[in-house]
Design a protein around this ligand. Structure first.
Ligand code: ADP
Length: 172
C-alpha cells in the first residue's frame, strides 16, 4: 500500500510524478483545480486534451474515469484528469467518486508514477460534502491495489479541508 501524506497548499506547486486534476467531462478546462492546472501548466496540457477529444474521447471523459496528459510547465511529469460526480442528495454516487481515485491510481501505476498528488475531488464546485469526500478518498486509496505508486499526497487548499482529512486519516 502507498504511504498517504497530507499537505495544505496548492496542487499546482507539488513536485510529484503525477498531479490529479478534478476535471470535467469536456476535458477543456474549468474553474477550481482545473483552472489552476491549465493556467500554471500552460497551453500544452490543453493541446493534449483537445487531441484526446478528437480521438479516443470524442464524447468526453465519463464520470469516474481517468486519463493522462503531459503536465506542461508544472513541476510534475503528468496530469491525470479525472471527472468527479456532482453531489446529489437523491442519488448515491459514492461509487463514482471512489472510481476517480481508483482509476487515477491505475493510470498512475501504468505510467510508472511513484508519487501522486490528489485534490479533494468533487468537494468544490461539484458540491460533495467535505467529510464524506475525505472518507471516500482515504478509504479508496487505502484499499487500492498495491502497485508501483509509493506515495499518495492529498493536497488540501484550506485549513478546513486539511483538518477534515487529518481527522479522517487519524480515525483509520
Ligand atoms: P470539483 O469540480 O471536482 O468539485 P474543484 O476544483 O471545484 O473540483 O474543487 C475540488 C477541491 O479542490 C475543493 O476542495 C477546492 O477547495 C480545492 N482546490 C481548489 N483549487 C485548488 C488548488 N489550486 N490546489 C488544491 N486544491 C484546490
Amino acid at each position: 500500500m502507498a504511504r498517504i501524506i497530507l499537505v495544505q497548499g496548492d496542487i499546482t506547486e507539488q513536485a510529484v510524478d503525477a498531479v490529479v486534476n478534478a476535471a470535467n467531462s469536456s476535458l477543456l478546462g474549468g474553474g477550481g483545480v482545473d483552472g489552476a492546472i491549465h493556467r500554471r501548466g500552460g497551453p500544452e496540457i490543453l493541446e493534449e486534451c483537445r487531441a484526446l477529444r478528437a480521438s479516443r474521447y470524442g464524447r468526453g471523459l465519463a464520470t469516474g474515469q481517468a486519463v493522462a496528459t503531459t503536465a506542461g510547465r508544472l513541476p510534475a511529469r503528468w496530469v491525470i484528469h479525472t471527472v468527479g460526480p456532482v453531489w446529489s442528495a437523491e442519488q448515491d454516487r459514492s461509487e463514482q467518486l471512489a472510481s476517480c481515485y481508483r482509476e487515477s491510481l491505475r493510470v498512475a501505476d501504468e505510467l510508472g508514477a511513484r508519487t501522486v498528488a490528489f485534490p479533494a475531488v468533487s468537494t468544490g464546485v461539484y458540491g460533495w460534502p467535505l467529510d464524506d469526500g475525505a472518507r471516500i478518498a482515504l478509504r479508496t486509496v487505502r484499499d487500492a491495489v498495491a502497485g508501483r505508486v509509493e506515495e499518495v499526497r492529498f493536497v488540501l487548499f484550506d485549513d478546513r479541508a486539511y483538518g477534515v482529512f487529518e481527522a479522517g486519516l487519524a480515525a483509520g
